[in-house]
Design a protein around this ligand. Structure first.
Ligand SMILES: [Zn+2]
Length: 794
């Protein structure tokens, strides 16, 4: 029979015991039950383990495109032959194409579904833009149509016209006979459109100073919709926010431009000898062994070209295999640098195209950042499989296979703020990183924004830290998502929301999933289990089209960690993390040693008797009756109940004698037992991490898994045993779980910090907008040319 040890209650350092929660408020079982029917039923196309099944299939579309860029009219005219391969088990009587450029059509769904109102003061541009698509600057609406003009749709072999119907941004083409499983069908489309001003994804940028235009051309040709096992035809309209859903294929693209333009695109140039000068070819050779970018076109040469005029046209031919899209950039203003790196035995030519407005930042960083991004992403996902990778400069950030359009522009005097520098490096990492998600791991962007933005922003975060330990990453750190998670949950939607219906796209589709994955890696799974599973997901779904379920299942399948509670909380829910350390109770084993116990009891009794009234009575009552009359005393006026008696000693000896050696060890251990009461106020269950600050100045951290909440998701009680005495407890000491209220994370409560307010002095206070210490330093240097080295320390 085990003896029961009597714990004595040393100190109650907080409020009373927690009341039992009302039974109806328990969600523990829901939270930790499996996702079950929330996920689609596994089948032989997509397995229960999250991998492509034995019957997995996907379509393929090969493109042969000839197009011309008219710099005078800012117009694209093109002709394409699409060879569509049907690997589906279904016969297809018609095919759907995407006409994304119709986003800009007057009366597009985007334009008509924008919310707007009349303001007391409005510019004429704002009035004209009232019914324009949100993505188009109001200054360019009203005069021109920017939608696709389809001039021909015909059978590639017979040349016979094919009936087609345009439904907003989608086009249905009816086929003469259905395409059976395993068959291919080729058809041709001719089109043209006026290029819009750059709007974030594609367009032109005009430079009034030199009168030239840079072109960043994307979703510029009718592209096949995806037909797959999940949606059938994915022809959800393009409303501007939800990006693209695309099929892999091989591209051969001939782009005719003014002969003084430099062109970069998805794919390798096939006719370098025709489009480059002998000098440029020589430089390109040099770039193959360089360890720093080599200029193919220098700034001096680009500036010379800016002042010239084209004398004719030139056709650049590109080829790209196994890509889901094709984009290009073209301008006479482009500086061009290149550097070849090797990734897992494959050579990748990293290249940047930028006009002089991007320097000095672009020359120093862009191509080096591409090279680093390819290496870092390859480590966390799959090896970069393509032969080239371009980064092109425009204000914004948008990705296409092997090419991206990126921002980060210095001030006109060549100086720049730290924000501009890291913003530029961050955006290049992000957009080049999109090559992996979703250009290779080809998720459905129109439906699930987070599958590309969230996964990509997560690897971006890891890549930024490998670029510079102190990189001021915007997204990924748990504490940076707190402001978003803190908001009224009525205004939040789950990550698992269709792209076009997401409110606050940046925090929802980029930051929250990236943060969740970072927490999953660092705090829930650990790096080893996470990295293996994340790589496995990338391997399984490279050049295929995963769904959320494939991701969720693979992460569990490859790691052996049940994460359904995590997906439910972070991806399907909107609740925040908010743990409260309500109280800590301190216990120790009662040694039953009368010397210790009676002394402690005396101390407590003395403290209890030391009332205010007793203190005041000391002088107030001059003499009590008993003091005045000693005969009023008896035994109890001298009796000391706290004196250790022989009987006490004997009882203690008998107790010690009754203990086994193990029991005696525990009694004499001097261990402290602390009962922590932690409340889950936010709702989202997460691991409980608690730091103990000991009285000797050292500390230690205890970690309990999220499963601690599985039987009660509102409050838990957990005993922590320590040899040393704890003087301060802190929940989530390293800010790992995005707890939205840190004040309740300390026990005893920390004294509050004052919120400082600024004193205004006669309106002289000015808030600095985007400080540029670089310019200040340069100006200081100019002002004091004699001072050299170490004089400047700002
Ligand atoms: Zn992105």
């Amino acid at each position: 029979m085990r003896k029961q040890f009597i714990f004595y209650w040393l100190m109650l350092t907080g409020g009373g015991l927690l009341a039992q929660p009302p039974a109806g408020n328990y969600h523990a079982n829901d939270r930790f039950e499996q996702l079950g029917a929330t996920l689609p039923t596994p089948n032989t196309t997509r397995t229960a383990s999250g991998a492509p099944g034995k019957d997995f299939w996907q379509q393929r579309a090969d493109y042969d495109i000839k197009a011309e860029l008219d710099d005078e009219q800012r117009k694209i005219t093109g002709s394409e032959t699409i060879t569509y391969h049907n690997y589906s088990p279904d016969e297809l009587k018609y095919v759907w194409l995407q006409l994304d450029q119709n986003l800009f059509a007057k009366g597009s769904i985007n334009a008509l579904s924008q919310h707007n109102s009349i303001q007391p003061q409005m510019s004429s541009n704002a009035v004209r833009g009232l019914n324009a698509p949100s993505s188009v600057r109001s200054s360019i609406t009203g005069d021109k149509d920017y939608d696709f003009k389809i001039t021909s749709v015909k059978d590639a072999k017979t040349g016979k016209p094919l009936p087609y119907t345009i439904n907003n941004t989608m086009m249905r083409v009816e086929l003469p006979v259905g395409i059976k499983t395993g068959q291919s069908y080729a058809f041709s489309v001719d089109w043209n459109y006026f290029i819009n001003e750059y709007y974030g994804r594609a367009g032109y940028e005009f430079f009034p100073k030199d009168g030239n235009t840079n072109y960043f051309i994307a979703h510029w040709f009718p592209r096949m919709c995806v037909y797959d096992d999940v949606n059938g035809w994915q022809h959800k309209q393009f409303l501007g926010q939800g990006e693209f859903t695309l099929t892999f294929g091989n591209y051969k693209v001939a782009i005719t431009v003014p002969n003084d333009h430099i062109v970069g695109a998805t794919g390798e140039i096939q006719n370098m000898a025709q489009v480059l000068t002998p000098e440029q070819l020589k430089r390109m050779e040099k770039a193959k062994t360089a360890t720093r970018p080599v200029l193919i076109v220098s700034q001096e040469e680009a500036e010379k070209a800016e002042k010239g005029k084209p004398t004719g046209k030139k056709t650049w031919i590109f080829k790209a295999d196994n890509v889901r899209d094709f984009a290009f950039a073209s301008s006479r203003k482009f500086i061009w640098d290149a550097m070849q790196v090797e990734q897992a035995g494959k050579k990748v030519m990293c290249m940047s195209l930028y006009s002089k407005e991007g320097n000095p930042l672009w020359g120093q960083y862009s191509t080096m950042v591409i090279a680093h991004t390819i290496k870092s992403y390859s480590k966390f996902s799959i090896d970069y499989p393509y032969p080239v990778c371009y980064s092109c400069h425009v204000n914004g950030g948008m990705e296409y296979p092997m090419i991206s359009f990126n921002g980060g522009r210095p001030d006109p005097d060549g100086t720049y703020s730290e924000g501009t520098k890291f913003g530029m490096i961050g955006v290049i990492i992000h957009e080049v990183g999109h090559n992996f998600f979703p250009m290779i791991v080809n998720s459905d962007e129109r439906q699930w924004g987070w599958m590309d933005e969230g996964l990509n922003t997560f690897v971006q975060y890891l890549t930024e830290k490998e670029w510079d330990r102190d990189f001021p990453a915007r997204r990924g750190e748990p504490q940076d998502i707190v402001e978003y998670m803190k908001q009224d949950t009525k205004n939040l939607v789950p990550i698992m929301t269709s792209s076009d219906n997401i409110m606050m796209y940046g925090p929802n589709a980029y930051a929250k999933p990236a943060t969740a994955l970072n927490i999953l890696r660092e705090t829930v799974m650990g790096r080893e289990l996470f990295d293996y599973a994340f790589k496995e997901y990338s391997r399984r779904w490279a050049f295929k089209n995963p769904t959320p379920a494939d991701f969720f299942r693979t992460m569990e399948d490859a790691s052996g960690v049940d994460l359904d509670w995590f997906w439910k909380g972070w991806f399907y829910g909107v609740e925040p993390v908010d743990q409260d350390l309500v109280e800590v109770e301190w216990f120790a084993v009662d040694t039953q040693n009368p010397d210790l116990n009676k002394a402690e009891a005396k101390k407590q009794a003395d403290e209890k008797r030391n009332t205010v009234a007793r203190q005041r009575d000391k002088d107030y009552i001059k003499e009590s009756v008993v003091e005045k009359n000693p005969d009023m005393k008896d035994f109890y006026n001298t009796y000391d109940p706290y004196k250790v008696t022989d009987a006490d000693k004997k009882k203690y000896e008998a107790y010690l004698a009754s203990l086994s050696p193990d029991e005696r060890k525990l009694v004499e251990s001097g261990l402290n037992f602390y009962t922590l009461k932690v409340k889950n106020k936010g709702g989202l269950p997460m691991p409980v991490i608690v730091k103990m600050q000991f009285e000797d100045g050292t500390d230690s951290v205890a970690r309990f898994p999220a499963e601690i909440w599985r039987l009660n998701d509102q409050q838990v009680s957990k005993v922590v045993t320590t040899k040393k005495k704890v003087v301060q407890w802190t929940l989530d000491p390293y800010r790992e779980i995005a707890d939205i209220d840190e004040e309740s994370n300390h026990f005893p409560r920390q004294p509050a910090q004052p919120t400082r307010f600024q004193l205004f002095k006669g309106g002289g206070f000015q808030r600095g907008g985007g400080s540029n210490p670089m310019r200040e330093a340069q100006q200081n240097q100019q002002a004091r040319p004699a001072q050299q080295g170490g004089a400047n320390k700002n």
